[in-house]
Ligand binder design. Structure first.
Ligand SMILES: Nc1ncnc2c1ncn2[C@@H]1O[C@H](COP(=O)(O)OP(=O)(O)O)[C@@H](O)[C@H]1O
Ligand SMILES: [Mg+2]
Length: 235
């Protein structure tokens, strides 16, 4: 498998949030992560991406430990992280955003045109300031910035939250293409997860910093099943 998390503990300073999380994310597949607000989903993604230190446990990528690696080094090893906050450089144009992101990665300059081909909406707006983009366009840019690094595992933290349905559909279909090309994806899903669960492999339900359930994502599409799995948390 591509990524393996075992007994992961982490948090903020002395405040421990994750109390031993297990997760496996294979290549060429979407692995879904869901759970109530405050469960620790974003904390888990930040820790995998190297933005928070590991307190205990293991994160292995293609068999090698990532524990203690910096965020930049993890990115160079092939894991790109799109945070929930949709970070872009507001004062730069779309193209300059991509160029800035490319600076840190060898050969990334050549990927800019490839990324613009993949996201025509960004190509159309390549000379526009990022601050003038709509929410959906900004989210597309933040995914594009991650792809410029040339990852083979993409971490998306609630990428479709609050977006118009047309952008939800676009992001789902772009991610589908990436997965068909062999990319692994960890997708933290939001309130209306049906479209994502339908194309995901395993779904991990997280609650209070622990694994609460691990199921085939599609099984959550059976009537009532999602509510059942989410309600059983805290019990
Ligand atoms: N920067 C921070 N400092 C301290 N605690 C935080 C910080 N960010 C999040 N937390 C806490 O960590 C817990 C998990 O948050 P988070 O991982 O964002 O949950 P989720 O993404 O599942 O909604 C929450 O109790 C939250 O208040
Ligand atoms: Mg979150």
């Amino acid at each position: 498998m591509q990524l393996e998390v075992k007994g992961l503990k982490s948090g903020y300073g002395k405040v421990q949030i994750l109390h031993g999380i297990d997760l496996i994310a294979p290549a060429g597949e979407i692995t879904a992560v869901l759970g109530p607000n405050g469960a620790g989903k974003s904390t888990l993604m930040k820790t995998i991406a190297g933005h928070l230190p590991v307190m205990a446990g293991e994160i292995r990528y293609r068999g090698n430990s990532l524990v203690g690696h910096t965020a930049l080094s993890i990115c160079k090893e092939g894991i790109a992280y799109v945070p929930q906050e949709r970070n872009v450089f507001s004062e730069l144009t779309v193209r300059d955003n991509l160029s800035a992101s490319a600076l840190a990665f060898e050969g990334a300059g050549e990927r800019i045109d490839e990324v613009l081909r993949r996201f025509p909406i960004l190509a159309e707006r390549s000379n526009q300031l990022a601050s003038t983009l709509s929410g959906g366009e900004r989210q597309t840019l933040s995914i594009a910035l991650a792809l410029v690094a040339g990852p083979d595992l993409l971490i998306l933290d609630e990428p479709t939250a609050g977006l118009a349905p047309i952008f939800v559909d676009r992001i789902v279909s772009w991610v589908r293409e990436l997965v068909q090309d062999g990319m692994g994806v960890i997708w933290v899903v939001e309130q209306n997860p049906e479209k994502i669960l339908a194309i995901s492999g395993t779904a991990y339900v997280i609650d209070a910093g622990r694994n609460s359930d691990t199921v085939a994502a599609r099984s959550l599409l059976e009537p009532g099943r999602l509510e059942e799995v989410l309600l059983q948390v805290h019990n």
